[in-house]
Structures are given as structure tokens and as C-alpha cells.
Design a protein around this ligand. Structure first.
Ligand code: ADP
Ligand code: MG
Ligand code: ZN
Length: 508
């Protein structure tokens, strides 16, 4: 592009003498032609100059540090963040402070300097901080922890300094540091002088700025346990707020927020979608709504129907239908018994009918079962956890019962079951060593005993499941046959097959 411009200038220059000579013959042309030439030359030069500026790589340092933290303005408000009422209440005070810092100055009251949001990813931590900035008409400076850590020692520290300098010039202002664990990892864990310097600078800035000026620092992390204690001390990030995965009611509200302005069919039951998406984050839910819309568009429909949401849930939780994966008859046979085992165990142990059961591969999974979770349980009894393990192990148990052989198909189930059993022993005090919790590193000398306890739980659950399936073997055969023939069966069909299988009696 720059070259073309230079050519144009050259042509113009070559053309100029010709124009001049011509104006000698026609004197009235002299002034207009001179004016034309000078304007054109100046204009072209200016454009060329600008283009050169963009195409050159070197950007002055000042501008680079501007770029690394972007000030964002958007239309996110507290309305856009759903299901987090307690958190909004919790930061009410801070919001009020950002709106009227003077009120607090008069009373000499101090507001928390640093707020730390922690919890699993995609639960709305960033969203809440942005909403707070917009609601209080504060400036918002966003920086991600990982951006600070570069090859060159000292760069991180100077970036921290420049952010706080800018923040103080733009009060009221929220400084949002995402993934703070990238800088704030406990200094005991390893030795990284660049990170230490950055962290030190952050601590200095946190201690240094005057609390009543109108700067609030918010940080977010998925790993509170990894943060250096110095960051969490009073006067620094002393207000820690947990932002967890949404419960049923919250999921419903989040779904509603994301459904606004989308054409939704009349029969759609948002509560139902919420109850099928237990354990998913807000980001996950937003993704499901978007997928459902895409599915509806693909099917050339005018509105998004319930089945589109179901399909979207399957797609986002299990992955895309994988039609390239061709299964042999023997494999299909084995998978249909595996999935039927899960389904019967779900009915027997939890009293729930699965929503759908399929042996069509999705993502890496060869088959899967979708269950409507219903109400979330916040408090789980030992028995609930054992039942979960039983359902997880039922796939493999069913395969073993029918084919007397072990396959790789249970990998994922086994991982989850082992993790749960491990938590029961190490975190929940549900082992022979009642009330005792274990830390794998600190209690390394107990390693053998811990492993024995985990194995005992898994064995007992597996045997219970094996027994249950062999007692209900007829039911298992019937369901596996149906699944093998149809490849995908939904709740009404499953109910029909399992008719007479007394769920309530079994669940007791
Ligand atoms: P985090 O910072 O906790 O990892 P984000 O705030 O970046 O998560 O959330 C990612 C996306 O997920 C948001 O842009 C939004 O679409 C959706 N989301 C997450 N939580 C909520 C919520 N409580 N209400 C509405 N949307 C949410
Ligand atoms: Mg985030
Ligand atoms: Zn399985």
C-alpha cells in the first residue's frame, strides 16, 4: 500500500513540469495548476506518513503500556449478572463509596481497598466487576495477571506501577486484576524473581494508595489456595468473596437473562433447562443458549424449541455427535449394556429416570446418559456420595456381568469415581479414621492407609452395584436391546421398558 502511494507521488512530480510548461502558453492556468499540485502533494505525503506509522513495528513504550491495560466501557449492568444477589449486596457498600467518596471522607471511614473474587471459571467474576464499574460510572482498568509476567525482569513491576498511577488520575476507578494467581502465587512454592518483584510492587501499591481517593482494586482467581498470604492480609485483599457455580434458581435466572431478545417457542420450560444443567457455570449456560440458537437456525426454524435446548446441552456437555467414529456390532453391544447399567443404577439408587440414553458417540464419549438433576443438594450425606459412585461404576459392572471382560470404555467413570472416593477419605472424613482429613503431602506416611480406604469404598460400591444388576438382569437385557436397536432412547421409552421396576421401593 505504501509503495503504491509513493508511485503516485512520483507520477505527480513527473507530471508537474509538464503542467508548468503548459501554463506558460495558457497563463490563466498558472494559479489553479500550482494550487492543485501543492494540495495533491501535501495530501499524498500526509497519507503516506500515516500509513508508514502503522506499518512500522516499533511502538513507543508509552503506548505499549497503555495497550496492556485497556479501559473498557460497555453496557453490562447488575441486571446482566443473574443469580448472585448476595454478592451484589456484599459489594453495595463499595458501590456507594465509588459514587460518593466524600460521604466516607467526612466520617473518616475506610472502605475495603481490595476485593478478591474467587471460585470456578465462568461464574461471572469479571462480569460483576464490569457491572460495578458501569453502575457507579467509574473507570475500569482491566489487567490480566499473566500479562505482567514477561521474560524481562522488572517489566511486571513497572506495569503495576503505571496502572496504579493511571488509576489515581482517573478516580473513581476500578482496577481489575484477572487471574491474579499468575502474580500472586505463594512465594514458598518456587523461585521466580520476576514474579516476586511484580508481587512486591503490587503489595507496595496496595499499601501506598490513599484509601479515600476513589480507587478500588478487584482481583479474581480460580485458585485461592495458591495465593501468597501477604496478599490476603488486612488492608490488602481482605474482603474475599466466593463466586460459585449457580444453584437451580440462579441457573434459571441466568438462562432468562441470556434468553432476552431471542425468539423462543412457547413450549420452552426454562426451569427444565435449568434442572438439566446441574453443576454448569454461567458461561456454560450462555454457551448452551447460543448453541440452541445456532441449532434452530440450522434447522431453518423461526423459534428455538425445547428440543434445540436439549440438543445444545448434549452438544456442550458431551461434545459433538461424532459420526466418523464407526463402531463394530460387538462394540455397540458392549456400550449399550454399559449405558443401560448406568440407567438402571440411576433408577435404583437415586430414584431418577434418565432423560436420554444413547450409544451414538459424542466427542470422546462412546455413549452417554443424560439425567435431569432436579434440585441441587448442597449437603450430601455419605450415602449420597456412595450412591453416586455406584451409578458411575454401573457401566463397567454391567459389562463385566454380561461379557466377563473389562474394556477401556469405563475410563472416565472410573476417574470420577476414584476422585469422589478420594474426597470422601481425604476431605470429608468418611473413612475408618472418622473425622480425620488428610493432605497427601503432609500425611505421606499415611499414604498406604489412605489408599486402602479408597479401595474399600470403591470395592463395596462396585459389589453392591454388581449384585443389584444381577438381580435385575432381565431389565438390563431389555433396556440394552432397546438401546442397541434404536441407538437413542428418551425418557418415555425408557420408562416403558423399566415399567414395573419399582423405583420408590428400590430407592429406600
Ligand atoms: P469468570 O470471570 O468468573 O471466569 P466471566 O465473568 O468472564 O467469568 O463470565 C463469562 C460469561 O459467562 C459472561 O460473559 C456471561 O455471558 C456468562 N455468565 C457467567 N456468570 C453469569 C451470571 N451470573 N449471569 C449472567 N451471565 C453469566
Ligand atoms: Mg474472568
Ligand atoms: Zn460410563
Amino acid at each position: 500500500m505504501g509503495n503504491k502511494l509513493r508511485t503516485a507521488i512520483a507520477v505527480l512530480m513527473a507530471f508537474s513540469p509538464a503542467l508548468l510548461i503548459f501554463s506558460i502558453y495558457k497563463t490563466s492556468w498558472v494559479i489553479p495548476s500550482m494550487a492543485f499540485m501543492s494540495f495533491a502533494t501535501i495530501g499524498l505525503f500526509a497519507i503516506a506518513q500515516k500509513m508508514n506509522n502503522y506499518s512500522y513495528e516499533s511502538v513507543p513504550f508509552k503506548e505499549e503500556s497503555e495497550r496492556e491495560t485497556n479501559t473498557v466501557k460497555d453496557d453490562i449492568t447488575f441486571e446482566s449478572v443473574a443469580g448472585v444477589e448476595e454478592i451484589k449486596e456484599e459489594i453495595e457498600e463499595v458501590a456507594d463509596f465509588l459514587k460518593n467518596p466524600n460521604k466516607y471522607k467526612v466520617f473518616g471511614a475506610k472502605i475495603p481497598k481490595g476485593i478478591l473474587f474467587y471460585g470456578p471459571p465462568g461464574t461471572g467474576k469479571t462480569l460483576i466487576a464490569r457491572a460495578l464499574a458501569n453502575e457507579t460510572e467509574s473507570n475500569f482498568i482491566y489487567a490480566s495477571g499473566s500479562e505482567f509476567i514477561e521474560k524481562f525482569v522488572g517489566v511486571g513491576a513497572s506495569r503495576v506501577r503505571s496502572i496504579f498511577e493511571r488509576a489515581q488520575k482517573r478516580c473513581p476507578c476500578i482496577v481489575f486484576i484477572d487471574e491474579i494467581d499468575a502474580i500472586g502465587v505463594s512465594r514458598n512454592t518456587d523461585n521466580n524473581s520476576e514474579r516476586d518483584q511484580t508481587l512486591n510492587q503490587l503489595l507496595i501499591e496496595l499499601d501506598g494508595f490513599n484509601q479515600n481517593e476513589g480507587v478500588v482494586v478487584i482481583a479474581a482467581t480460580n485458585r485461592l489456595d495458591m495465593l501468597d498470604d501477604a496478599l490476603l492480609r488486612p488492608g490488602r485483599f481482605d474482603r474475599q468473596i466466593y463466586v460459585g457455580n449457580p444453584c437451580l434458581n440462579a441457573r434459571e435466572k441466568i438462562l432468562q437473562v441470556h434468553l432476552v431478545g431471542k425468539p423462543v417457542a412457547k413450549n420452552v420450560d426454562v426451569r427444565k433447562i435449568a434442572s438439566k444443567t446441574g453443576g454448569m457455570s454461567g458461561a456454560h449456560l450462555a454457551n448452551i443458549i447460543n448453541e440452541a440458537a445456532l441449532i434452530a437456525i440450522k434447522k431453518k426454524k423461526k423459534t428455538i424449541a425445547q428440543e434445540d435446548f436439549d440438543e445444545a446441552i448434549v452438544k456442550t456437555s458431551a461434545g459433538l455427535k461424532n459420526s466418523n467414529m464407526l463402531l463394530s456390532e460387538k462394540e455397540k453391544q458392549s456400550i449399550s449394556y454399559h449405558e443401560s447399567g448406568h440407567a438402571i443404577a440411576e433408577c435404583f439408587f437415586n430414584g431418577k429416570m434418565p432423560d436420554r440414553l444413547t450409544i451414538v458417540p459424542h466427542g470422546a464419549a462412546l455413549g452417554f446418559m443424560m439425567v435431569d438433576g432436579g434440585e441441587d443438594k448442597m449437603l450430601l450425606a455419605q450415602e449420597d456420595l456412595e450412591k453416586r459412585i455406584c451409578v458411575l461404576l454401573a457401566g463397567r459392572a454391567s459389562e463385566e456381568l454380561v461379557f466377563s471382560e473389562l474394556t477401556t470404555g469405563a475410563q472416565n467413570d472410573l476417574q470420577k469415581a476414584n476422585q469422589l472416593a478420594n474426597q470422601m477419605v481425604c476431605d470429608f472424613g468418611m473413612s475408618r479414621y472418622k473425622n480425620r482429613v488428610f493432605n497427601r503431602q503432609m500425611d505421606a506416611f499415611m499414604s498406604k492407609e489412605i489408599n486402602e480406604e479408597i479401595t474399600a469404598i470403591l470395592d463395596s460400591c462396585y459389589n453392591k452395584t454388581l449384585e443389584m444388576l444381577s438381580i435385575n438382569f432381565e431389565m438390563l437385557e431389555k433396556l440394552a436391546r432397546e438401546l442397541r436397536e434404536k441407538e437413542l432412547i428418551k425418557r418415555p421409552e425408557i420408562e416403558k421398558v423399566l415399567e414395573g421396576f419399582s423405583i420408590t421401593a428400590a430407592a429406600e
